[in-house]
Design a protein around this ligand. Sequence first.
Ligand code: SAH
Ligand code: SF4
Ligand code: F3S
Length: 471
Amino acid sequence: MNLPNLKEARKRTNNDIVIKDNEYELTDNQKAIGLNKKYYIKTYGCQMNEHDSENIKAILNEMNFTETDKLEDADLIILNTCAIRENAHNKVFGLLGRIKHLKQTKDVLVGFGGCMAQEEVIVDEIRHKYKWIDFVFGTHNIFDLPNIIEKTYINQKQEIEVFSWEGEVIENLPVKRDNKYKAWVNIMYGCDKFCTYCIVPYTRGKQRSRLPKYIIEEVKDLIKDGYQEVTLLGQNVNAYGKDLNINYTMANLLEDVAKTGIKRIRFVTSHPWDFNDDMIDTISKYENIMPYIHLPIQSGSSKILKLMGRRYTKEEYLTLFNKLKEKIPNVSITTDIIVGFPGETDKDFQDTLDVVAACKYDSAFTFIFSPRIGTPASKMVDNVSLEEKEERLQRLNQLVNKYSKENNDKYLNKVVPVLLEDYSSKKKDCLKGYTDTMKLVNVKADKSYLGKIVNVKITSVKTWSMDGEII
Ligand code: SAH
Ligand code: SF4
Ligand code: F3S
């Protein structure tokens, strides 16, 4: 048993990133474990988790399990969980209730992974109150799933494998991608920023960049497989390379990925701190780097930003924002905002509204502050009532939506490039896709257009999506 430990997870001592390309291995016995068995996987949280699930699926496929989208049909259920806010926890516990019932009616193995598995309190709860969960695996333990599953079948007792170390980079994991036209590509793992409210540096470990050669190879392979778009993934992509000590930055990486010729390049998430001029120049220089930037501000109050440990003031953020708007033609910028951080006064909240009005974001994800056990902000004095926070969130959302609609309105009757990636879930006889600026468009088109980038004339506009016709 390897239990999570937040104190260990906080440490940043090892300067050398350990890159391993032979850590994941399957024995013949492990390849037979899944024969005639089905797995069901439920993924919560951000793109990192989505992509981890693509690795988990490929591992289970290599063990000869087949996927099912029906919980009730599964012989193996995996939860890939998120710890970012309390409501992410609640969703997971809700599903656990259903799974417990199912387990009383059939033989099914249940595995609990992801960021919640890295939290001491959660694993403690699982050990004492959820003894029927068969195995728990951390974000650093995915490569070891075949061993963990094998051990669980043999020993028939709860297995817990959660490493709380700084983390290493495992290069040889298989991947089964959910989308045929656009792909996630990890460029780095973990985060060293330690914003005071955030659990991610604890659940994902130290910042570890992948070596450029592995990333470029992956993108080239994706091109060969017909992929049109890659999204470079990291909690903090602008800091890419800083830990490698090879004098190679995010700007260099963007340039090298652009030169592979892949049609569309995106990247998330950008922390304002590391967004330098080289990066801006590279983005504006290459047509295949999309004019779309997710630039979380978190708060418009410099006082709150300081308490959050974000390392920039409102003014510095605005300077960067304006530079991006000026240097990258047609750029769309989105953000994340937290309301009700401890100590946020009406005046601080008004600062946030003012910045939103100044930036007129294309869209924004907005959250009420959720104290995460073990983070500094969870111990700060918080004297704003939940009622007040909810009211602030509502006011903020109204303003955010107003600008989303106004920005979208500018697209009416314009012709924009859209990568058609799937059937529309909302409109019959339509495909859906995204513009270069990350606007969702439903387009009247048959399936022969799937996977193609087409010019679309926008015929109607709503707050969260648009409709259009191929021209
Ligand atoms: N690495 C990204 C953010 C990842 S988490 C970045 O730094 O921008 C996604 C978003 O969740 C954050 O931007 C923040 O707005 C929100 N978030 C993180 N911790 C939170 C907490 N404790 N309470 C409320 N929102 C939180
Ligand atoms: Fe969390 Fe801050 Fe790291 Fe983003 S940069 S993952 S908000 S600690
Ligand atoms: Fe959630 Fe972990 Fe992502 S906490 S947001 S799944 S890094």
